[in-house]
Design a protein around this ligand. Structure first.
Ligand SMILES: *[C@@H]1O[C@H](CO)[C@@H](O)[C@H](O)[C@H]1NC(C)=O
Length: 323
């Protein structure tokens, strides 16, 4: 990941430390009791949303909307013993802005075994659905997998990567699972979480962030309602997007669109510094490496050179070039 542990503002770090200590104490003392009565400790679902909030506050560079929106929505969903429908979130933004980083962090704070949990399912078009001519088979498989896994555990999480590269039509089979009506075999399918990642809408988000910057508006003033219409339009108008004619957007099955903003120079610096801090270099050398990586980072648009072309994506691999 491009934004791993390291330095951060002192106050959040201290607060997070206290939260983590008390959470650990609570887990030792009351963990099993809480779970035997609690509505949300099914399977290995062990949500620690304060831990998630802390980690995001310290390590996620430049994404105020993500921090605000995701934790709030998750909290409401997780604490609801009988949700009206599954939680469906779609992450949008330019490459390297943190979509995968946030989704894996989320999984890690929701399930005891994180990505290795038997109830976390990760689908990538290249790995699971590579051939356009086999879409019929993929549709059948996917439907079976969702059904089977939700029967095994209602608190399952399904993560769909690179949705803008999924064959249009495939995700239509998800439609019945994402709405309010799906309770079968005594399993409450409304407790599932679905997350979709795509670059779709990234250009539009970048443009709006650029407009805001040119208008001298503070980046943090950008709100979801400023970005949402452009993102929705970008998905609905794109015949190559996995949601194309799936009914998912049209039926308003997405509970939350999460925009990831393009990263500026100081955000990339934050990512690089986080990575470099783990290497245990002398301070002088540390600063040199950070500077070298930043000097080798491409920025756009050509004139202002404001946003990183790859976000924080290639940061970790490029650091090794300067050691
Ligand atoms: C659950 O999903 C996985 C794919 O992540 C699939 O291989 C497995 O067969 C599914 N389990 C059931 C019971 O359908």
């Amino acid at each position: 990941s491009g934004m791993a542990a390291g330095s951060g503002p002192v106050l959040p770090r201290l607060l997070c430390f206290l939260v983590l200590v008390s959470a650990t104490a609570a887990a030792w003392g009351l963990g099993s009791l809480g779970c035997s009565f609690g509505a949300f400790c099914e399977c290995d679902f062990r949500p620690d949303l304060r831990g998630l909030e802390c980690d995001l506050a310290q390590h996620l560079a430049g994404q105020h909307l993500v921090r605000q929106l995701v934790v709030k929505r998750l909290k409401a969903f997780v604490e609801d013993p009988a949700p009206a429908k599954p939680l469906v979130m779609s992450f949008h933004g330019w490459t390297g802005t943190g979509k995968s980083y946030v989704s894996s962090m989320l999984v890690q704070y929701l399930f005891r075994h994180g990505m290795a949990s038997p109830h976390v399912h990760h689908f990538s078009p290249v790995i699971h659905f590579p051939h356009a001519d086999q879409i019929g088979r993929y549709q059948g498989d996917l439907k079976q997998w969702i059904l089977g896994n939700l029967t095994a555990c209602g608190r399952s999480l399904f993560l769909f990567d690179e949705v803008d590269k999924m064959h249009p039509g495939l995700l239509g089979v998800l439609r019945p699972f994402l709405g309010p009506s799906w309770v079968v075999y005594g399993t409450n399918y409304r407790k599932a979480i679905f997350i979709f990642l795509s670059n779709a809408g990234g250009e539009q988000i970048n443009q709006l962030a650029l407009d805001a910057w040119r208008a001298r508006r503070d980046r943090e003033e950008l709100q979801l309602q400023d970005l949402e219409p452009a993102i929705s339009k970008a998905i609905v108008d794109n015949p190559n997007h996995g949601f194309w004619q799936s009914g998912i957007v049209e039926d308003q099955l997405l509970d939350l669109l999460v925009p990831f903003l393009p990263l500026q120079r100081h955000h990339v610096r934050h990512c690089v510094a986080n990575e470099v801090a783990q290497l245990g270099l002398a301070q002088q050398q540390e600063e040199e490496v950070v500077q070298a990586v930043l000097d080798g980072t491409a920025f756009f648009p050509e004139e202002e050179r404001l946003f990183s072309s790859n976000g924080c994506k290639t940061v970790a691999s490029r650091i090794t070039l300067f050691l």
